[in-house]
Design a binder for this molecule. Structure first.
Ligand code: HXC
Length: 257
């Protein structure tokens, strides 16, 4: 498959997607979202791949949805064409996805990053949901996910003022997992992905699913869900292999079974 708006590579057991619309600061148009979804499905169905990293350029992870593409839309066109349906594919991905963010991460760019499982940021990263300045509000989950990451007070501040938050503030607020020097960003994200991809894929997927459950349910329900999946892990050969290897003081060889 040849891509026009993204670059797709593999690095060992990691899939790497790089947004490639430099002339528009990687603004996310419909073509890019469609190509991203194709790449994600390819990685998801490739048994050799255990994790995906999504990144942009040094200047911009993504400066939001493409305003020029959206500007003339009417309500009925947007409704009938199911505008935004394609945006949630990333949140349905079972294998982990890491966003490696440098520069502007705005609007729909931040909404996509929040659908990923980890956000690794460069010191130059700038985060905002500036939709309010355009006469709209976030529409790809931003009003729901941001408060879950950073709490209502700061989320309300960002969404109602449209102001930018730098990487240090984003780390303090709990939006990003790690902040690194700009020249270390991709290496750091790929190293984290490589580590994740070295473990048992089904166990990693179940761990991801269980953590995500914490965002959606009560503590008691979440703990019950965890218990069910935890017990099911004793039916896998990877659990036997992991524990045998520990006791024998050797490296485990996981077979995703
Ligand atoms: C379309 C965009 C764009 C965007 C930048 N560009 N952001 N095009 N959609 N979101 C284009 C500019 O028009 C310009 O094209 C080129 O990229 C370079 O941008 P400049 O503005 O010249 O760069 P700079 O002065 O460095 O300013 C950077 C910036 C600014 C602060 C990031 O570009 C900006 O404010 N962009 C819009 C950010 C935004 O509002 N995002 C939210 C979008 S709404 P030309 O052709 O002039 O060179 C959204 C809703 C999501 O995301 C809802 C669900 C989908």
């Amino acid at each position: 498959m040849s891509y026009q708006t993204i670059i797709v590579e593999t690095r060992g057991k990691t899939g790497l997607v790089t947004f490639n619309r430099p002339q528009a600061l990687n603004a996310l148009n419909e073509a890019l979202i469609a190509e991203l979804n194709t790449a994600l499905v390819d990685f998801e169905t490739n048994p050799e791949i255990g994790c995906t990293v999504i990144t942009g350029s040094e200047k911009a992870f993504a400066a939001g949805a493409d305003v020029k593409e959206m500007a003339e839309k009417t309500y009925i066109e947007a409704y009938l064409a199911r505008f935004l349906d394609g945006w949630t594919r990333i949140a349905d991905t079972r294998k982990p996805v890491i966003a490696a963010v440098s520069g502007f991460c705005l609007g729909g760019g931040l909404e996509l990053a929040m659908m990923c499982d980890l956000i690794v940021a460069s010191e130059t990263a700038r985060f905002a949901l500036p939709e309010i300045t355009l006469g709209i509000m976030p529409g790809a989950g931003g009003t729901q996910r941001l408060p879950r990451f950073i709490g209502k007070a700061k989320a309300m501040d960002l969404i109602l003022t449209g102001r930018m938050m730098d990487a240090a503030e984003a780390e303090r607020a709990g939006l990003v997992s790690r902040v690194v020097a700009p020249d270390k960003l991709l290496a750091e994200a790929l190293a984290a992905a490589d580590k994740i991809a070295s473990y048992s894929q089904p166990i990693v997927m179940m761990a991801k699913e269980t953590v995500n459950r914490a965002q959606e349910t009560s503590l008691a329900e979440g703990a019950r869900f965890e218990r069910r999946l935890f017990l099911s892990m004793f039916a896998t050969t990877d659990q036997k292999e992991g524990m045998d290897a520990f006791i024998a003081k050797r490296k485990p060889v996981f077979r995703n079974r």
